[in-house]
Design a binder for this molecule. Structure first.
Ligand SMILES: [Ca+2]
Length: 378
């Protein structure tokens, strides 16, 4: 699960932080992890989250939604060239100009006429991105976007993220394989396997939605307890999935909304995470919900399991100056992903997959401090 070489920077910093942490854990004043402190079950579940249109209800087609006081960012790709859009964001990754383009295919009911397309081509590029670092940062953010995966889309690797730093850089820095000592990262992305049970349940590509997270209390893949065992690259993203798999659809627009709420002090474990697909609440991770248990780097959302305990909540940050301050509209399809897609195609000749190109559309990208919801049709 390596990110591309361009994203693998800052390993030195992470190594130092890992060392600091080890010293800290060996000292008598060891700080307890959130998971070390039992929490009472919360009666709330994902089913208690709002659904359907939210603040979007006042703006059919999302027309004028950027004027709502809770909206902090809006991109509909309606105006300007790709260079103009890149200038509105902090960085565009568009190798040889071959990844990012425009399309007149827009979500049903849109007030607009144009969307953005990203095309990853095997052996040529690994897709691209738009990356936005904000001077302001927030303690709680909803991100809602519409996306469409091509009818023949195969396997994917990393997709859209919200991240938080003390001081965000205007381009992505990597930390793959290392503990996220001083930042957090929340990807919402497709994956081929449902990991809440053993054995994992495999889905045809692109698969099911999951969160893939880095933060200071993340777990290692190297042992059942989530503790490193001395081998290199002990930390990759930790997976969180809905209890009932949210299967991606191909060839149609989907509304994806995520909510990240940061912990309210360095001591508190009251950080949260939520997911809506097409306006239906799909997952909610907060202190006391859902029931589940950790195995290696996966939190298994399985309330009925004998080992299940109420989820402990997220301590996303130790430094209160870390805010939600990066939006990463990423379409990263590695050659490894294409290899997996080819392998899948050999074994499943009746399931159409493109082994050379992976195409996704984006539109109606909104960040707000409250629930946004699905677009009211114009
Ligand atoms: Ca648009």
């Amino acid at each position: 699960m390596l990110l591309s070489a361009t994203l693998l920077i800052a390993a030195c910093t992470d190594t130092k932080q890992t060392a600091d942490r080890t010293d800290e854990e060996n000292s008598p004043s060891k700080i307890l992890r959130c998971a070390d402190v039992p929490v009472d079950s919360d009666n709330r579940t994902h089913k208690d989250l709002p659904s359907g249109p939210g603040l979007s209800a006042q703006f059919p087609g999302d027309y004028g939604i950027e004027n709502h006081p809770d909206v902090v960012f809006f991109e509909n790709f309606e105006s300007g060239s790709i260079d103009d859009i890149a200038a509105r964001w902090s960085e565009a990754r568009n190798p040889e100009g071959k990844v990012i383009s425009f399309s007149d295919d827009v979500p049903p009911g849109s007030a607009g006429r144009r969307s953005l397309v990203m095309t990853a081509t095997r052996s040529e590029n690994e897709g691209g991105h738009l990356y936005k670092a904000f001077e302001d940062g927030w303690d709680k953010i909803h991100l809602r976007f519409y996306t469409k995966f091509a009818e023949d889309h195969g396997g994917h690797h990393h997709f859209v993220a919200l991240r938080g730093f003390n001081t965000p850089l205007p381009y992505p820095i990597g930390g793959a394989g290392q503990l996220a000592g001083d930042y957090f990262s929340v990807f919402i992305e497709p994956t081929g396997s449902e990991i809440n049970t053993t054995p994992a349940i495999h889905h045809p590509p692109p698969g099911v939605w999951q969160f893939y997270n880095y933060w200071p209390e993340m777990r290692s893949w190297q042992s059942p307890e989530g503790v490193p065992d001395g081998r290199p690259n002990p930390y990759y993203g930790n997976s969180f999935q809905p209890e009932e798999a949210a299967v991606l659809s191909r060839g149609e627009w989907t509304s994806v909304e995520i909510m990240v709420k940061l912990n309210s002090s360095p001591e508190m474990c009251d950080g949260e995470l939520a997911l809506w697909i097409d306006g239906y609440p799909a997952a909610y991770f907060a202190p006391g919900t859902p029931g589940g248990y950790w195995l290696q780097e996966h939190f298994r959302n399985d309330p009925g399991h004998p080992k299940a305990k109420p989820f402990e909540g997220f301590r996303w940050r130790n430094d209160m100056d870390v805010k939600i301050n990066v939006l990463w509209l990423l379409h990263f399809v590695s050659d490894g992903s294409f290899n997996n897609t080819e392998e899948f195609a050999k074994n499943n000749p009746d399931y159409p997959v493109n082994t050379e190109k992976a195409i996704v559309w984006f539109d109606h990208v909104i960040m707000a401090t409250e629930y946004i919801g699905t677009m009211e049709e114009n």
